[in-house]
Write a protein that binds this ligand. Structure first.
Ligand code: C2E
Ligand code: MG
Ligand code: MG
Ligand code: MG
Length: 288
């Protein structure tokens, strides 16, 4: 009886795993086609200078609209792209598209902004990633100072020295480097000193609770003070309300990003915002 039950349970798990595996494989194939068929797009979310309300940067965020599935979230498909190796060609496409877009804005005479692009660990580990980025900048004619690369702490944990060397090479080219989702990873403060980064981005999970959770408020204040003491630029992400913004601003945070100012939007929409003075200081109601 027990043996019978054991076998059934085993079969149940086996078939459930099969379904998951098949779903993954099919998503992977669809993603491959999507890249070839141009179904992927970048949306851009403004990053605003706290004091002036000016848009000083945008973050490129990947979007996939599948003809059969509708919108698929990057949280779903990025890990699949990473596991399958597709992230390398995808990552190159993202970098090129984002750099080209920033160059187009510059050519149109719009106020200069940095283009922030998220990197996956696999990209950072590619041989000669620094040279690849250099080639993309040359091809798109974008200056290095107009590109910012975002990496996460967890991304750098194994093979730390190699990651640091690659980041150093990118920084030496004049590219700005940001540590994304700060506070959620595992790295110690001594590691933080070794990362050749320019910017810390406080994770949105802290920012969203600054008014309701004294612990998250304390962490947010401490991270801002830490960045200031280390002379790093500091950005808060996930700012959704005016109250959150005022709290962040009162702590002296340099830049903010979040739905309060703008959701990630299409390039054309951002062109309009930049044309209208690129000023999102909020006297008026937030856009959505
Ligand atoms: P991330 O780099 O930390 O990006 C910020 C995420 O927070 C984005 O989600 C953005 O839409 C969302 N967000 C911004 N402001 C707010 C806000 O006020 N409230 C809330 N609730 N959310 C806000 P998204 O676009 O779904 O991206 C999720 C993650 O997927 C990103 O986190 C990043 O890790 C990854 N990702 C997105 N695009 C790319 C890409 O091009 N390459 C790589 N390697 N990863 C990417
Ligand atoms: Mg990011
Ligand atoms: Mg530097
Ligand atoms: Mg983040």
């Amino acid at each position: 009886q027990a043996k019978q039950l054991g076998r059934n349970t085993h079969q149940f798990f086996a078939s459930e795993m099969n379904v998951k595996l098949q779903e993954r494989l099919s998503l992977e194939n669809e993603l491959r086609c999507a890249l070839a068929r141009n179904e992927l797009q970048l949306h851009y979310q403004p990053r605003v200078e706290t004091q002036s309300g000016r848009i000083v940067a945008v973050e490129a965020l990947l979007r996939w609209h599948s003809p059969t599935r509708g919108w698929v979230s990057p949280g779903t498909f990025i890990p699949i792209a990473e596991d399958s190796g597709l992230i390398l060609s995808l990552g190159t496409w993202i970098l090129k598209t984002a750099c080209r877009q920033n160059r187009l804005w510059q050519e149109a005479g719009l106020p200069p902004i940095r283009m922030a692009v998220n990197l996956s660990v696999h990209q950072l580990r590619q041989d000669n990633f620094g040279a690849l980025v250099g080639d993309i900048l040359a091809e798109t004619q974008l200056d290095a100072a107009s590109l910012e690369l975002e990496v996460t702490e967890s991304l750098m944990m194994d093979n730390m020295q190699q990651s640091i060397d690659t980041l150093q090479a990118l920084g030496d080219r004049g590219i700005t480097l940001a540590l994304d989702d700060f506070g959620t990873g595992y790295s110690s403060l001594s590691y933080l000193r070794r990362f050749p980064i320019d910017t810390l981005k406080i994770d949105q999970s802290f920012v969203q609770n600054v008014l309701s959770d004294v612990g998250d408020a304390a962490i947010t204040k401490t991270i801002i003070a830490l960045a200031q003491n280390l002379q790093l630029n500091i950005t808060a992400e996930g700012v959704e309300t005016q109250e959150q913004f005022e709290f962040i601003k009162s702590q002296g945070c340099d830049e903010v990003q979040g739905f309060y100012f703008s959701r990630p939007i299409l390039a054309d929409h951002l062109t309009d915002l930049l044309q209208n003075g690129a000023n999102l200081s909020k006297q008026s109601a937030p856009m959505s």
